[in-house]
Design a protein around this ligand. Structure first.
Ligand code: ADP
Length: 199
């Protein structure tokens, strides 16, 4: 069997999870896609797990009750674990409103392998953006248990990073992400050069 560290050697970067949590409309999908593109350009092998996408397949049997949201995160975290063991940088874009679920997700990984990033904008800004028209529907009462309106979002207490998307542009947010990710991507720089002394 090939050990996780051997996969990392092959890929020339360490594997980790970048878990983007936040309200609908905060900018998770936008930033996840921008991050994936930039990592790809720098030779990093990624996988992008988008909450909406997963609800069409793996999690299509789940609703939005608190219990189902726990399972939603649990399954996603387990998929992340498999992908990290295969040497990938996994980007998750998922509201994941419950702090305890996010803690459970983190607990599957070694220290330094799980980056909880709070993609943050005030509810009013998210509602004004309303990229999928969901807030409008939720306010009309057409969507029950909508996070931020009729279901709670538990703000991360100690995330690795808070991205204030109402204050910074997408590229500024990316810079902030890379500031924490670059040192974490291991002894090989994302350009393929060594950026730390090997052990
Ligand atoms: P989410 O995935 O969190 O529901 P989306 O990424 O689908 O949110 O939508 C966020 C919206 O906010 C997009 O229309 C995006 O263009 C806009 N936006 C404005 N500034 C930013 C920023 N700094 N980061 C991310 N999105 C931003």
């Amino acid at each position: 069997m090939i050990a996780p560290c051997q996969h990392e050697l092959l890929k020339k970067h360490t594997a980790c999870v970048v878990w983007l949590t936040g309200l609908s409309g905060a900018g998770k999908t936008t930033l996840a896609m921008a991050l994936e593109k930039e990592l790809y350009n720098r030779g990093v092998h990624t996988a992008l797990l988008d909450g909406d996408g997963l609800r069409l397949g793996l999690n299509s049997d789940l609703g939005f009750s608190p219990e189902d949201r726990v399972i939603n995160v649990q399954r996603t975290a387990q998929v992340c674990k498999l992908m990290v063991d295969a040497g990938l940088v996994v980007i998750v874009s998922m509201i994941s409103p419950q702090a305890q679920s996010r803690t459970m997700a983190r607990s599957l990984f070694n220290p330094g392998q799980f980056f909880e990033v709070h993609v943050n904008a005030p509810l009013q800004v998210c509602e004004q953006r309303d990229p999928k028209g969901l807030y409008r529907k939720a306010r009309r009462g057409d969507i029950a248990q909508f996070t931020g309106i009729s279901a709670t979002y538990e703000v991360p207490e100690s995330p690795c990073l808070i991205l204030q998307t109402h204050q910074y542009t997408v590229s500024e947010c990316l810079e902030q992400l890379f500031a924490i990710l670059e040192p974490a991507l291991g002894r090989y720089s994302i350009n393929g050069r060594m950026n730390q002394q090997p052990d």
